[in-house]
Design a binder for this molecule. Structure first.
Ligand SMILES: *Cc1c(COP(=O)(O)O)cnc(C)c1O
Length: 392
């Protein structure tokens, strides 16, 4: 007799992030057209599901199967993403006299960044709903990830990227068999072309938060943080914010785990700290009540942070405020220095996005936003290897 519970999705429907209008899970969805806001997946999370159920599951993000939106197992497109390690950064902690500094290292995901989580989920759902062609605007890593998962799923892929993106980000997409289109400008201009291709060619557009499932992939970071830290969450989480999907996802996961009873209702949730590039800091600026013209935001070595308009900005604001977090910027030179310091002192070659977090810490200590005795977790979102030729 086999007593293993069947693992099926507890997803119930999608909801407008503003007015809560309900949308069907069984049709292809983009964003909430009622309010022009992102759609968010809802679950029957109160049904019994215990952390002990996780024990014998594979070390990938799919171990949280019930709290993921894919309905049929046959539709799962996986390259082994998730369950990345959380590493103590002892030598760096000592430099700043920090009590507890750790880093979740997302560089170990397929295609070298945490974009693998979101694209594994989005492409799986696209497959489930019969999509034959996907398109994505990207600053770099999302394109490579989408191309890889589409290759694995047998779905056609078109990737639209700024023409200044380093060659390696362009070439990986071509290796994975995607059509690559280069656009002069930043990711928002790529987004405009993606919308056109969506309309004219009937391709499914997997643009950040204009598609509901990348968020569900990225939220698995939140589940892993809790599970790997033995259900004792950190005091603060530093997150390199572009479109903000990962930050929103981690926060969503914490709340789902409270609904599931995996975290107690009075758990003190971490303060969520947005870190952006000084060159392109729309979220930091808007949190500080500053409005700038989009044209003032320029490219960054940390291309994942070169997002001049975040579709989910209201939601990001809500998380930062609800969590008691804050936001801070880091310069291009600081990121370059940070990559080198982390490699030299810890043996980790992180993306400049990840290095930005390390360089943000002294600023946050100086401003009193974090204290040296706290448990601090950095999310290194990608591998530094793809950026090396530009890190001089
Ligand atoms: C995309 C990306 C980011 C930003 O991610 P969001 O969740 O959209 O804010 C950060 N770092 C890297 C390496 C990325 O590729």
């Amino acid at each position: 007799m086999n007593f293993t519970k069947t693992q099926t999705s507890l997803a119930s429907h999608l909801e407008c992030s503003k007015c809560k209008k309900s949308y069907s899970l069984h049709e292809l969805q983009t964003f909430a057209t009622c309010c022009n806001k992102p759609l968010v997946v809802q679950y029957h999370a109160t049904e019994s599901l215990d952390t002990s159920d996780l024990k014998d599951r594979k070390p990938t993000m799919w171990r949280y199967r019930e709290m993921l939106p894919v309905l049929g197992d046959a539709n799962i497109v996986s390259l082994g993403e998730g369950m990345t390690p959380i590493l103590p950064l002892k030598r760096l902690a000592a430099q700043l006299e920090l009590n507890d500094l750790q880093m979740k290292d997302e560089s170990l995901n397929p295609t070298g960044s945490f974009k693998a989580r979101g694209l594994s989920m989005a492409v799986s759902k696209a497959k489930e709903l019969g999509v034959e062609k996907c398109v994505v605007p990207t600053a770099g890593n999302a394109g490579g990830a989408m191309a890889a998962y589409c290759a694995s799923a047998g779905i056609k892929a078109t990737v639209i990227m700024p023409s200044h993106t380093p060659k390696i980000f362009q070439e990986e997409c071509q290796y994975y068999g995607a059509e690559l289109i280069l656009v002069k400008g930043l990711i928002n201009q790529c987004g405009a072309l993606a919308a056109k291709i969506e309309k004219e060619q009937g391709a499914f557009n997997i643009s950040t938060l204009k598609e509901p499932y990348r968020l569900e992939g990225k939220k698995t970071m939140g589940y892993e943080i809790a599970e790997q830290m033995n259900w004792q969450l950190p005091d603060v989480i530093l997150y390199p914010t572009g479109g903000g999907t990962g930050l929103l996802g981690i926060w969503k996961a914490f709340h789902e785990m409270i609904d599931l009873g995996w975290l107690s209702a009075d758990t003190k949730l971490p303060r969520m700290i947005v870190v952006q590039a000084a060159n392109c800091s729309p979220v930091v600026d808007s949190l500080n009540g500053i409005t700038k013209d989009i044209s003032e935001y320029t490219e960054s070595l940390a291309n994942g942070l070169a997002v001049p308009v975040a579709f989910g900005q209201d939601m990001i604001h809500r998380v930062v405020k609800e969590s008691g977090g804050t936001s801070v910027t880091v310069s291009e030179q600081e990121m370059i220095d940070g990559v080198k310091e982390m490699a030299k002192h810890e043996g980790v070659l992180v993306a400049p996005e990840g290095a930005a977090l390390w360089k943000a810490i002294p600023k946050l200590i100086a401003s009193g936003e974090i204290s040296r005795s706290e448990k601090i977790l950095m999310i290194n979102t990608g591998s530094g290897y793809k950026y090396l030729e530009n890190l001089n």
